[in-house]
Design a protein around this ligand. Sequence first.
Ligand SMILES: Cc1ncc(COP(=O)(O)O)c(C=O)c1O
Length: 298
Amino acid sequence: MNGKFVDWKDAKVHVLSHALHYGSGVFEGIRCYNTERGSFIFRLKEHVDRLFWSAKLYRIEIPYTAEEIKEAIKETIRVNGLKACYIRPIVFYGYYNLGVHPGDCPVECVIAVWEWGTYLGEEALERGIRCTISPWRRLNPTAVPVTAKAVGHYVNSMLAVMDARSKGFDEALMLDENGYVSEGSGENLFIVRDGVIYTPGLESSILPGITRDSVIKIARDLGFEVVEKPLTVGEVLTADEAFFTGTAAEVTPIREIDFRIIGDGKIGPVTKAIQSKFFDIVNARDEKYMHWLEPVYE
Ligand SMILES: Cc1ncc(COP(=O)(O)O)c(C=O)c1O
C-alpha cells in the first residue's frame, strides 16, 4: 500500500475516500501461474500498460513508473511466498475532500495478491457455462471511456451478473447500446461459425481484454481465421461454438444462452484447441510464447 508492505488485516482506507463515493479508480486483474519451470505472471507488461492508460483516461497520475509497479507486483508475490495467485493492483483517489472533482485527494496505489482458483468453477472449463442476455446494456462509450478498466464501470457488470445469477444462469451476456453483442460481466466473447472465429470489436463497447488479444494471436497461429466485427444476437445464438475469455475466466466454453443450446451443448473442437493451447502457454509448456511469461522468482 503506497510503497509499503501492510498486513492483510491492516490494509484499510478511510470511509470518506473519494473512490468509495464516486468510483474514481482504475485497476487490473492479473494471474500468476505455478508451472514446472517456476512461477510466471501472464502478460504482466500488457496489464501494467493498460493500468496506465486506464489512469490516463481518468486523469489519475500514478506516482510510480510502470517498471516500479511491475517490480512491486513481483515483490508482493515473493513476500507472500505464493506460487500461483491472482494479482489486483488498484489506483484510486483517497481521502481529502468529497467534492466530485477529486481536487487534492491523494492518489493511493495498492497491490494485493491472493490464491484464487478457477473463476467460474473447474467444471465450467470442461462443460461450459449457461448465460442469459442481460437487460442491462453495456456502458455507452460516449458517456464513459469504456476501454478503461475503471472501478465505477463495474456497477454495470455487477447489475448484469446479479441479474443472471438471480435467474439461475452462470453469467450475463451484455449488448451494446445498438443491440449488438458486447461482452460478459468480466469476459470477452468469441463465437465459431463454419470454422471461422468471430469476436466483437472495439466499436461494440468492449473492454480490450488481454486474454482476448492472446486468443486472437493463438487462434491465428493455429491457422484459424479471426474476424472482429459487430455480432447480432441471432449470430451468437446460432453459432457452432461460443466461449468467453478473461484473466479470471481464462477460456470458458458457453454451452447455453437463454435455454438455447449452443452447437451440441459441449465444448467444441475449436474452443478445445484454443483452450488447450492457452493452458500450455500459461503453464510454460510452449517455448514460442515464453515471452508472455514474466518469472517471479529468478
Ligand atoms: C468487463 C470485462 N471485459 C473483459 C475482461 C477480460 O479482460 P482480460 O482478458 O484482460 O482479463 C474483463 C476482465 O478484466 C472485464 O472485466
